[in-house]
Design a protein around this ligand. Structure first.
Ligand code: PBG
Length: 325
């Protein structure tokens, strides 16, 4: 009689496997992060992220159109200024690179996709921290919030549909919500980077944004040891008015994604970050991993853990694969 249970029956043919598949990835659930650098006339390839570019304003517009045509769900823009200063002036300047790029992309693709912008100071400060510093060189939470409020309104004016505060300042979602509402931008959404860890997996991103950081972000980003703390962060962001919440990085934090999905009553996003991208690209380039299967498996695990939306540098390529399948 043994074995009386044969789970393999449902794995026998491709049609059976397809029938009982529990998790799917759709192109609309993928968001493409994009970098645009001030002053470039040609895009620049990033060595530590093969296949990813620092865009010029022109190449960004073209790449945005291509991404929309590929059917991705949204774009997340990061700006790389030519000049940095202590308070990150380029972030609030309407003519700062990120705001200019938002206007460019908005005029190119309009409302045909969801245009998002990183709301953080690290790309713009000369010390590379996500906020402004106090007299002792520590990131000053409440002084930073004032700058974020101004940055939020500038990004909304420039045409962003959704803002992505990623600086892990306490109260950032509430302050940004208030500033948007006061300026008449009640309809602009907030994708809160709620559970963001002080992660080594952000390494290649620092090249992508010409990061000026010398120390680390452990005094504001979370300790990789903690998950209860993430749930507190998520609950606070929900109470402050987050329209969506995010966990970041993704692959090393699948348990955090799962726990977040269980308590969130808004969509949950996860960010498959630069280091997750670089690891797979490097191994694939060496012939050590099957590139396409590994990418799809990593993305599937993030969806299976409970992410509704995934930010991934492979968004356009994966959207293409999903359409041909
Ligand atoms: C901060 C920000 C970072 C990333 C997205 N937003 C860097 C950091 O917090 O150090 C990392 C994204 C990636 O690694 O792909 N503006």
């Amino acid at each position: 009689m043994f074995p009386s249970h044969r789970p393999r029956r449902l794995r026998r043919t491709a049609a059976l496997r397809r029938l009982v598949s529990e998790t799917a990835i759709r192109p609309e659930q993928l968001i493409l992060p994009m970098f645009v650098k001030e002053g470039l006339t040609e895009p620049v390839a990033l060595t530590s992220m093969p296949g990813v570019l620092q865009h010029s304003r022109d190449s960004l517009r073209k790449a945005a159109v291509e991404a929309v045509q590929a059917g991705v769900g949204g774009l997340m823009l990061f700006g790389v200024p030519e000049n940095h200063d202590a308070v990150g002036s380029g972030a609030t300047d309407p003519d700062g690179i990120l705001n200019v790029a938002l206007r460019d992309v908005k005029s190119e693709v309009g409302d045909s996709t969801v245009i998002m912008s990183d709301l953080c100071l690290d790309e713009f400060t000369d010390h590379g921290h996500c906020g402004v510093l106090d007299a002792h060189g520590n990131v000053d939470n409440d002084a930073t919030l004032e700058v974020y409020a101004e940055m939020a309104v500038a990004q909304a004016r420039a045409g962003a549909h959704v803002l992505g505060p990623s600086g892990m300042m306490d109260g950032q979602v509430g302050v940004i919500r208030g500033a948007l509402d006061d300026a008449g931008f009640q309809d602009i959404g907030i994708l809160a980077y709620s559970a963001k860890y002080a992660s080594a997996f952000f390494g290649p991103f620092r090249d992508a944004v010409d990061s000026q950081l010398t120390g680390d972000r452990k005094a504001y980003q979370q300790d990789p040891a903690n998950v209860r703390e993430s749930l507190r962060e998520v609950q606070l962001d929900l109470a402050e008015g987050a329209d969506m919440v995010m966990v970041k990085p993704a692959l090393a934090y699948l348990d955090v994604i799962r726990a977040t999905a269980e308590i969130s009553d808004v969509p949950v996003a996860a960010y498959q970050v630069s280091g997750e991208y670089a690891m797979i690209e490097a191994a694939a380039a060496n012939g050590w991993l099957d590139r396409r299967r590994t990418i799809m498996e990593a993305l599937m695990s993030i969806r299976r853990a409970g992410a509704d939306i995934v930010l991934t540098y492979w968004a356009v390529e994966v959207a293409g694969w999903l359409r041909e399948a």
